[in-house]
Design a protein around this ligand. Structure first.
Ligand code: PDD
Length: 286
């Protein structure tokens, strides 16, 4: 659990940290967030997370709450005060506090900034990776701007709950044409029959994952063929390998989709290789 939470300029003990009941993040999900991996006490791919944060804020016309440099200092301080070496950093920025009314409040309303860091059990995560995870497909009922990392996560919550009730650890969301968009909180990948990696191109239908982007760098370094195109559930079921990418799991093997084993039902060889070398290309903060 996090010990210290940054809220609007103050580092508060967890139990005392809170936001106003009229915060627009609470009332309208009028807020964006980032989740960043902490590895060896350092932030992984901070630059890309900051770029995406600015992009999300821009899309919603929320002002950047402070300079990127100042925000970077806050993130580092939160990691340091929580003494996290392996874990996750969570940052949320909302449009701020104002009496409940749908249109934007005036420019005098400052964004709310919350940041916390928590440990992840490395051994548990490694065990999960060596077993691989199960996925359940669910209709993608989200909105038309899934490229913005908003806290409006109810479709993801419902999909993940349905997956969990079925013994699966992730849901793969499927569009009305039968193509996988992405995971409820991850990007979706398969290795096709010819050994190429396949993942959906960025656009409004998916979140441009930072882990996805960094993995693309790794693929070009390793000269592994990549096809950025949509794939169907049927194609995924007959794929050689499947995996998901996210800051919380980096490259995580998928061994079953809707209870159908993928490949030989064990984590794929290429997937495990990519997982083991992922951090060679990721940026580590100072
Ligand atoms: N989820 N797609 C969705 C819908 C996501 O929520 C996430 C991340 C990703 C992967 O993005 P990245 O590689 O930048 O983590 C893709 C985070 C981890 C979460 O909500 O906890």
């Amino acid at each position: 659990m996090t010990r210290v939470v940054y809220v609007n300029g103050r580092y508060l003990p967890y139990a005392q940290a809170g936001v106003n009941v009229e915060d627009r993040g609470f009332q309208f999900a009028d807020a964006i967030y980032e989740v960043c991996e902490i590895n060896g006490g350092r932030l992984v791919d901070e630059t890309r997370h900051m770029e995406r944060l600015e992009r999300s804020l821009d899309a919603l016309r929320i002002a950047m709450p402070m300079s990127r440099r100042a925000l970077g200092l806050v993130l580092r301080e939160v990691v340091r005060r929580n003494r996290v070496t392996t874990g996750l950093l969570y940052l949320q920025v909302t449009r701020g506090v104002a009496p409940r009314d749908f249109p934007f409040p005036g420019d005098d309303v400052a964004p709310t900034v919350v940041c916390l860091a928590r440990r992840v059990d490395d051994a548990k995560r490694a065990a999960r990776a060596s077993a691989g995870i199960a996925v359940k497909t669910m209709p993608d009922i989200r909105w038309g701007r899934c490229d913005i990392k908003t806290v409006m996560l109810l479709p993801a919550v419902l999909a993940k709950e349905a997956a969990a009730e079925d013994g699966a650890q992730e849901a793969w969301l499927v569009d009305s044409d039968g193509f996988v968009t992405e995971g409820a909180s991850s990007n979706a990948w398969i290795v096709d029959r010819s050994g190429s990696l396949v993942t959906r191109p960025t656009g409004n239908a998916i979140l441009p994952g930072v882990t996805r982007r960094t993995l693309l760098d790794l693929l070009s370094r390793e000269k592994i063929p990549l096809l950025e195109r949509a794939f169907s559930v049927d194609e995924a079921l007959s794929a050689r390998e499947a995996f998901i990418t996210s800051a919380s799991g980096t490259v995580m093997p998928v061994v079953a989709i809707n209870k159908v084993p993928i490949g030989n039902g064990h984590p794929g060889e290429l997937t495990l290789r990519l997982r083991s070398i992922f951090h060679q290309v990721a940026e580590l903060s100072h």
